[in-house]
Design a protein around this ligand. Structure first.
Ligand code: NAP
Length: 246
């Protein structure tokens, strides 16, 4: 149970982030539902949580904006006094072969996925260290573990998230803070449904369990890493990918 815990989930208006927010709220956490562009979706996530008797609010912040993340952290800490669980889920893709990849597409993906994760961790780290407890869970990707043709920018950003996770885990362990990453495989969200049926079919052939995953299956892994049962786990990458990274 996560009663009396406060959690912040970035990019929680839709997809995996929404499933994570709903799960943490169901376990009793107060949840801050971060969004960047999807205000209505974020408010829908909040309404779903409240309809179940949970406690949530939506807060806008572009995670790639260092100053804005600082403001968000200041406001959250002023209002709630502490943050117990930080889930860095916000992410984008701008796929294309390396040979033709624009500098802009490279930068935007790195700025959101990797720098966005750094920005949030950086601005909450002092408060985590001071309170001598906390869980940080970063959503990486199987592409960051294995690499993926057509996703040089995305894979680099997610491999970076894994390095960031391991270094922060080492830095923060002495204060009892656990920092882990989850590497999802192909999960049924807007990110994946944008692919054509033929590409989807080829992808499913590469998944030992023979199906795409559901956002709720990532949320279950986050709930485990956020809970008391995972107190001796830090610096790890948990692949939730139907066996893709075997
Ligand atoms: P999605 O459905 O496309 O949702 C992306 C989320 O990220 C949205 O809530 C979006 O919020 C948020 N976001 C994007 N840019 C942002 C920014 N600058 N600041 C704040 N929020 C931002 O994606 P998803 O499939 O749920 O993916 C969630 C995470 O899982 C990502 O990190 C992704 O890389 C990772 N992942 C997904 C899969 C998969 O198969 N789906 C596989 C491996 C890893 P707004 O709409 O408000 O902008």
């Amino acid at each position: 149970m996560l009663k009396d815990k406060t959690a912040l989930v970035t990019g929680a208006g839709r997809g995996i982030g929404r499933a994570i927010a709903l799960k943490l709220a169901k376990l009793g956490a107060k949840v801050i539902v971060n969004y960047s562009g999807s205000k209505e979706k974020a408010e829908e996530t909040v309404a779903l949580i409240q309809a179940e008797g949970g406690d949530a609010e939506a807060l806008r912040c572009d995670v790639s904006d260092y100053e804005a993340c600082g403001e968000l952290a200041k406001n959250v800490l002023a209002k709630y006094g502490r943050l117990d669980i930080l889930v860095n889920n916000a992410g984008i893709t701008k796929d294309g072969l390396l040979m033709g990849m624009s500098e802009e597409d490279y930068d935007r993906v790195l700025d959101t996925n990797l720098k966005g994760t750094f920005n949030m961790m950086r601005h909450f780290s002092r408060s985590f260290m001071k309170q001598r407890s906390g869980r940080i869970i970063n959503i990486a990707s199987v592409s960051g573990v294995l690499g993926n043709a057509g996703q040089a920018n995305y894979s680099a950003s997610k491999a970076g998230v894994i390095g960031l996770t391991k270094s922060a885990a080492r830095e923060m362990a002495s204060r009892g803070i656990c920092v882990n990453a989850i590497a999802p495989g192909f999960i049924d969200t807007d990110m994946v449904s944008a692919m054509g049926e033929d590409i989807r079919g080829k992808l499913i052939e590469k998944i030992p369990l023979g199906r795409v995953g559901q956002a709720e299956e990532i949320a279950e892994a986050v709930a485990f890493l956020a809970g008391d049962a995972a107190g001796y786990i830090t610096g790890q990458v948990l692949c939730v990918d139907g066996g893709m990274a075997i």
